[in-house]
Design a protein around this ligand. Structure first.
Ligand code: SAH
Length: 361
């Protein structure tokens, strides 16, 4: 449930994976909307039980206003690490009716603390963009061009190349009907999956752009809607090859339809863009080695098959972790040695088996 009053937002909901428990999430949002639910990061089925066990209710849970029907957790969004604020999986939260309105004065600091008091003095990219776009503007963006301009203004898009491809591939063709296409947020696409937020797409394109030159080969693991695969295909062009791997056949079929309506349609027809139903943890050896590998779901560790299919000089961008995830950038040097660095904290749906993903779906 989402309740909004003044500058305070409360989200609470029964957790399917934590029977009998209710989690509460609190954040200070100047212009609160359903975006507040993005802070409700503990909602994924696999993670909630562990998170419930790990997160002791803070003392302020004693507030009568916050006493739930059972255990409750009170989390002040801005006191959480950035990883919890860039949630891909929070988009999977079920919509729920509003809760009783609470006023900001019901809470003493730090719960009602202003944004400027955030201890996260130097937020990294994903958090920064989230903070600025979602708390800062609150306005809806009416066009793909407007979205790209805003991402550029906030420094998420830094190159003409990425701006150009994100303008050419209209996100509205990939976001399921009924969802606002140009909001900087992940959106549910069914099958317990999401289309990633535009700022994450832009971040990954920026990280990979030098490995997406015309004629190069790119692999998009967990291609979902096909949005990034289409962007990759536009960048590597007809002489290159962009391969998407997705293990849900229905998503593959839908992504092919999306791409057919997009500027990448001809590349799909020519075969320089292809999407396959397969388990992405094993990559797609048929078209290896790749200059660029993107993984759109979080792996517990970097899959060896993907490392093997990365070309010397190639780069892989992959979210790694379970509850706490890092977007890792892996460079394979010309001598074959590997350099790994963490770009930012993120939240993605898991890279897992089809059965695990569809459990309870
Ligand atoms: N990047 C895509 C989708 C992100 S969601 C987009 O923005 O549209 C992550 C996707 O990874 C989901 O579609 C999910 O079905 C897929 N996925 C998860 N585990 C996978 C696996 N083992 N193999 C292939 N796809 C997988």
């Amino acid at each position: 449930m989402l309740s909004v009053s003044g500058s305070l937002s409360i989200w609470t909901g029964p957790q399917r994976s934590c029977p009998g428990r209710t989690l509460f999430f609190i954040c200070h949002v100047p212009n609160p909307t359903a975006r507040a639910s993005r802070l409700a990061h503990l909602s994924t089925r696999e993670e909630a039980p562990r998170a419930c066990a790990k997160t002791p209710p803070p003392a302020r849970d004693k507030s009568p206003l916050l006493r739930g029907p059972c255990d409750c957790h009170v989390l002040f969004g801005l006191l959480r690490p950035p990883s919890l604020l860039s949630s891909e999986s929070a988009a999977l939260l079920p919509p729920s009716p509003p809760l009783l309105p609470l006023s900001a004065s019901s809470f003493s600091p730090p719960y009602a603390a202003p944004l400027s008091s955030s201890p996260l003095s130097k937020p990294r990219v994903a958090f920064q963009s989230f903070l600025r776009m979602d708390f800062g503007t609150g306005g809806s963006i009416a066009s793909n061009k407007g979205l790209v301009e805003q991402l550029r203004q906030y420094g998420v898009i830094r190159s003409d190349k990425v701006a150009e491809v994100m303008q050419t591939i209209d996100r509205a063709l990939f976001v399921p009907h009924g969802n606002p296409p140009y909001v900087d947020s992940p959106m549910p696409i069914g099958y317990n999956a999401t289309i990633s937020a535009p700022h994450m797409h832009a971040t990954c394109l920026e990280l990979l752009k030098d490995n997406l030159q015309p004629g190069m080969r790119a692999l998009d693991v967990g291609s979902g809607t096909g949005y990034l695969t289409a962007c990759f295909a536009m960048m590597v062009g007809p002489q290159g090859h962009a391969v998407g791997i997705e293990h849900i056949p229905e998503l593959v079929a839908a992504s092919i339809e999306n791409i057919k309506r997009s500027a990448a349609a001809q590349l799909l027809k020519d075969g320089s863009l292809s999407i396959h139903v397969a388990d992405g943890r094993y990559g797609w050896p048929e078209a290896a080695p790749y200059d660029a590998i993107h993984v759109g779901a979080a792996a517990p560790e970097i899959p060896q098959a993907l490392l093997d299919q990365l070309k010397p000089g190639g780069r892989m961008v992959i979210p790694v972790g379970n509850i706490f995830q890092d977007l890792q950038v892996i460079d394979k040097k010309p001598d074959g040695s590997i350099n790994v660095r963490s770009e930012t904290s993120v939240r993605y749906v898991p890279l897992t088996s089809r059965a695990a993903q569809l459990q309870n779906y």
